[in-house]
Design a protein around this ligand. Sequence first.
Ligand SMILES: [Zn+2]
Length: 294
Amino acid sequence: MLNSKTLFVASSLTALAIAASASGQMPPQQPDSRAFKIGSLDLVSLHDAQFVLPNDGKIFGVGHSTAEIGELLKAAGAPTDTVTLSVDALLVKEPKHVILIDTGVGGALQQSLAQTGTKPEEVTDILITHSHPDHIGGLVKDGKLAFPKATIRMSSAEWAFAKKNAQLADIVKVIDDNVKTFEPGVEVVPQITSVSLMGHTPGHVGYEIVSGKGKLLDIGDTVHSSIISLVEPEWPVGFDNDEKGGEKNRIDTLKKLAKDNELVFTPHFPFPGVGRITADGDHFSWEPSLPAAK
Ligand SMILES: [Zn+2]
């Protein structure tokens, strides 16, 4: 289900992405990269952009007062008039594949990737959690494929959803021949399995990376704010295309992650976005925890 709020947000994010590559309306973004290991696999969290959104009750805590939202932010020691989200992506180096999970909005991702010594043409597979512009915007640069040799993989439901979104028409046209879809639950590339996390968008998935005893789940946009999404996971989020589905996925996934003490990557938590979720009564909290790089 689409609601008008989400369309508004999606369109402003598209505008941001276009501004980033064209007129520079988005402030210059700082590249950053942080390497770590999962089992024998080398991973790198790549920074793309920083979004500072107004605390106006349109995205977080929809239906709650901005004062109520401000109280949560204040209790966490954050500014009360804005909500800051990082936009990050994940690089996974598997023996025969160089994999990027999501591509940011078209901020500093390419420079962050360059810090790792990886060239765009070396990326073999791009796994997309969902088709919002802050995850697929970096697929296209100057009207061409930003990663020319990569197969772009997303769930079949998500690709169908993207093709219906007029805001994404320019991106869809460029990537069309390189997209390969899958049904959630399959191993998409060696050691990375897609996990259905529906609710945020119709075909939203996470990706579970397993190597030896090491494991990490990229949970995509199951959560957005490291403060509000965890303290009040039941509060509606304007970014969710299906508000109720987004809420259910958020609560179910957070409960499971806390119970399993699983290591997660979240694209919008403070960079590098790697850590664990802990349960705190009915609420949750975030413990950043980056495994060693060697
Ligand atoms: Zn997002």
